[in-house]
Design a protein. Structure first.
Lengths: 508, 129
C-alpha cells in the first residue's frame, strides 16, 4: 500500500471519544491487536479497532517530584533539605523542592533513595523532613525538623524529564569479572544478557512515527492520570530511541506502579508505570500498533568496555522476541537473557488503561504539538584534553622471553630499578608478566625458567585509554602496573602507579 | 541433596572428592568451586538419598571436610516482586525463570544459595534466611 493511502484518515480522535462516551468503542491491548492482525489481517483490524492500549514498567532514572511543603511559623526559606535523609533539590522558592529518584540517602547510601521516598509517600508513610536555612528578615527561621505525609503537601507533582524509552540497547559483558551496572548484574565472558523495555507493548514503538502521541497527550502514569509534556531529554527518534517528558498528580498515583529500586553498586532509581492509548487514526498507525517483538530490534552492547554509551562495542543486533525467549546466541553459544523491566506489569498497565477507556472514565486527546522526529544526540564536549595512557606511560620497556633464566632476569630488574617485567614472544607479543616479588619467590623456591613462574593472564591497557579508567582497573585487580599493548597485543609501553602518582604531585 | 564442602588448609590438597566418588560410585556433580592455597569451598549435588547419602557425608567428614546441608534456599516476597526478571539471567544454575504468565518461577532443587539474585533484585524482594 502506498504511503499516501496509509496516512488517509480512518477515524478522528473526536469520533473515538464519542464512541467511548456511548460505550461502544473497540479497545484492545497491544497484545490483543497483534493477535487480531495475525488472525484477521491488518485491514480488518484497522477497520474494527478504535484504540490500542500500551504499557511499560521499568527503571526510569530521570524521574522525580516537585513538592510544596507549606510554610512553617515563623517561616523558613529552606536552603538545604532532606526527606528520610535523601537530599532534595532546593534551588527553588522557600518551601518548594524537587525530589529526584536517583538522589541517595546520606545515611543508607545505595540502599535507599528518592525513588523509595516517593514510594513511601504513596504508601501513606510518615516521611522525615529536615531543612536548614541561613535566615533572612522575611524568613527568620533557620532550622526545621518534622514528619510529613503525602496528604500534608500542598502539591506533589511527578515530573519526569525522561521516561518511556521507545527501545533500549541490551547489555552484556566481555570482561573477565562480574560488573554491576544500571543494566543489572552482568556476568563475565558474555555470561548473560540483560535488556529493558516492553517491546511490542511499548507506547512509542506502537506509534513509531509519532502521529498520535505529542504534547498534551493524556496517559496512564503511576496508576493515575498524567500528561505528556514534551519530548524527553536525550530524545533521539531517528535511531528508535524516542523518549517522553511526563507529569501527573502524585496524590492520584499508586505505589503498585511507582516503585523505589536500587541497583547493586550503581544506585537508586524509580520503576515507573506508563501506559498510552493509541487511537487508530489511519493504516500507518494501525500497522505500527501491530508491530511484534519479532519486528523490533536493538543492539547488544558490551558494558565490559568502559566507554561512552554510544561507543560501547556492539556485539550484535537482536529482536525483543529473541531477548525475551530467555537465551540469545553470542559467538555460537547460547547465553541466558532476561529483562530488567517487567513485562507482566506492562501487560497489567495496558489492561487497566483499556478498562478505564472501556468504562468511559478516560478520554483520548489530540496532541497540541507533535514530538520532534529528528534530534541530534550529542556527546559531552570536553574542552581540556584529558590525560590518557599515552601521556604517562614509559616507552622504553625492559622485556624478557619465556625461556629466560630467573636469576639473570632478577639481576636485570635490580640493575634497572624496575618492578614489572612483561614477558614477550619472538614477535613482541605479550605472553606474561613477572614482578620483582614473583622473582624473589622463584629464587627462594629454586625455579629456573621465567615461564614456570610468570602470570599468564595479564591485565593490560591501551594507549588511548583515559588514565582514570586504567587506575580504576589497577585498583580493582590490586596491581601496581600494566603493560600497554597495541591491538595485536605487542607491548608498546608500561604504566605503573608510580608514573601516575609522580604526575599527580606535579613532578616531571 | 546439595552440600557445601569446606576444606581446611590441612586437607585442601588431598583428592578427597575423587576418592569419595570412586569408593561410593555416586556421581557427585560440582556446582560451584572456590579453591586456593588456604581453603577450598565446593557446592556439590549428590544424586542419591538415604543410607547411601549418609555414607557420602560421613566419608567427607572422616576425611576432615566440613559438610553443610544446603536446605535453606531463597525466599521471594511476592508482594515486593515486580516480575522484572533482573534475577533470572545472572543465576548460575538457572533456578529462576519466567512462568508462561510472566511471574517468577523458582526451582529449589537447582538453587545453590549463592546470593547472586539477592544482589541483582532491584526491589530487595529476595532473601536467604
Amino acid at each position: 500500500m502506498a504511503g499516501k493511502e496509509r496516512s488517509e484518515p480512518i477515524r478522528s480522535v473526536e469520533e473515538i471519544n464519542e464512541k467511548i462516551k456511548r460505550g461502544d468503542a473497540v479497545v484492545l491491548t497491544a497484545e490483543e491487536m497483534i493477535d487480531l492482525v495475525e488472525s484477521g489481517g491488518l485491514e480488518v483490524a484497522a477497520k474494527e479497532v478504535d484504540v490500542v492500549t500500551t504499557g511499560t514498567f521499568g527503571a526510569m532514572c530521570s524521574s522525580g517530584a516537585f513538592l510544596n511543603f507549606g510554610h512553617a511559623n515563623p517561616p523558613i526559606k529552606i536552603f538545604k533539605c532532606w526527606l528520610n535523609d535523601v537530599p532534595v533539590y532546593k534551588g527553588l522558592a522557600a518551601v518548594d523542592g524537587y525530589l529526584g529518584a536517583t538522589a541517595m540517602s546520606e545515611t543508607r547510601g545505595f540502599e535507599y533513595g528518592g525513588g523509595h521516598v516517593i514510594e513511601a509517600f504513596l504508601s501513606g508513610e510518615e516521611v522525615e523532613l529536615r531543612g536548614e536555612a541561613y535566615g533572612t528578615d522575611c524568613y527568620p527561621r533557620r532550622h526545621v525538623e518534622t514528619t510529613i505525609t503525602l496528604d500534608d503537601l500542598n502539591q506533589a507533582v511527578l515530573v519526569n524529564p525522561r521516561n518511556c524509552y521507545q527501545t533500549y540497547d541490551a547489555a552484556t559483558n566481555s570482561s573477565d569479572r562480574v560488573i554491576y551496572t544500571y543494566m543489572g548484574t552482568l556476568l563475565p565472558n558474555y555470561g548473560n544478557v540483560t535488556f529493558s523495555g516492553a517491546g511490542q507493548l511499548n507506547p512509542l514503538c506502537k506509534d513509531r512515527y509519532y502521529e498520535t502521541i505529542g504534547i498534551g497527550t493524556r496517559i496512564f502514569l503511576g496508576g493515575g492520570v498524567g500528561y505528556v509534556i514534551g519530548e524527553g531529554t536525550q530524545h533521539s527518534p531517528q535511531g528508535g530511541f524516542g523518549t517522553l517528558m511526563v507529569k501527573g498528580d502524585l496524590k492520584q498515583m499508586n505505589s503498585r506502579y511507582l516503585r523505589g529500586a536500587s541497583f547493586y553498586r550503581y544506585g537508586t532509581t524509580l520503576y515507573v508505570g506508563v501506559g498510552i492509548p493509541i487511537p487508530i487514526i489511519n493504516m500507518k498507525v494501525a500497522e505500527t500498533a501491530a508491530l511484534r517483538d519479532e519486528d523490533i530490534y536493538v543492539k547488544i552492547r558490551d558494558y565490559g568496555v568502559p566507554l561512552r554509551p554510544d561507543l560501547r562495542p556492539v556485539v550484535r543486533e537482536v529482536s525483543y522476541a529473541e531477548l525475551r525467549s530467555g537465551k540469545v546466541t553470542i559467538n555460537d553459544r547460547d547465553v541466558p537473557s532476561s529483562s530488567l523491566s517487567s513485562y507482566k506489569m506492562a501487560l497489567e498497565i495496558a489492561d487497566v488503561l483499556k478498562k478505564w477507556i472501556f468504562e468511559g472514565e478516560f478520554l483520548l486527546t489530540e496532541p497540541v504539538e507533535p514530538l520532534p522526529r529528528y534530534r541530534e544526540f550529542k556527546p559531552m564536549k570536553l574542552r581540556r584534553r584529558e590525560l590518557t595512557v599515552r601521556d604517562l606511560m614509559r616507552r622504553k620497556v625492559v622485556t624478557a622471553s619465556p625461556d629466560d633464566d630467573v636469576r639473570v632476569i632478577a639481576k636485570r630488574l635490580v640493575e634497572k630499578g624496575i618492578d614489572h617485567l612483561p614477558v614477550v614472544d619472538r614477535n613482541s607479543r605479550l605472553v606474561g608478566i613477572v614482578t620483582s616479588w614473583d622473582l624473589a619467590k622463584a629464587i627462594a623456591q629454586d625455579r629456573d625458567r621465567l615461564d614456570e613462574i610468570m602470570t599468564r593472564r595479564v591485565i593490560t591497557a591501551h594507549e588511548d585509554e583515559p588514565i582514570d579508567v586504567v587506575v580504576r582497573r589497577m585498583t580493582q585487580h590490586n596491581i601496581s602496573g600494566v603493560p600497554v599493548v597495541d591491538r595485536a597485543r605487542r607491548v608498546v609501553g608500561i604504566l605503573t602507579t608510580d608514573d601516575v602518582s609522580r604526575r599527580l604531585v606535579g613532578g616531571r | 541433596m546439595r552440600l557445601r564442602l569446606i576444606y581446611s588448609p590441612s586437607v585442601v590438597e588431598k583428592p578427597i572428592l575423587a576418592t569419595v566418588i570412586l569408593k561410593t560410585g555416586v556421581t557427585i556433580n560440582i556446582l560451584e568451586a572456590k579453591v586456593d592455597a588456604q581453603r577450598g569451598e565446593l557446592v556439590v549435588s549428590i544424586p542419591t538419598e538415604g543410607e547411601s547419602l549418609q555414607r557420602v557425608i560421613e566419608m567427607f567428614q572422616d576425611a576432615g571436610v566440613e559438610v553443610q546441608l544446603l536446605t535453606k534456599t531463597l525466599q521471594i516476597d511476592l508482594e515486593r516482586c515486580t516480575s522484572c526478571g533482573a534475577c533470572i539471567s545472572p543465576c548460575p544454575t538457572k533456578a529462576l525463570r519466567f512462568r508462561s504468565d510472566w511471574t517468577i518461577d523458582f526451582d529449589e532443587e537447582r538453587c545453590v544459595a549463592c546470593r547472586v539474585c539477592v544482589k541483582a533484585c532491584p526491589v530487595k524482594a529476595i532473601s536467604i534466611p
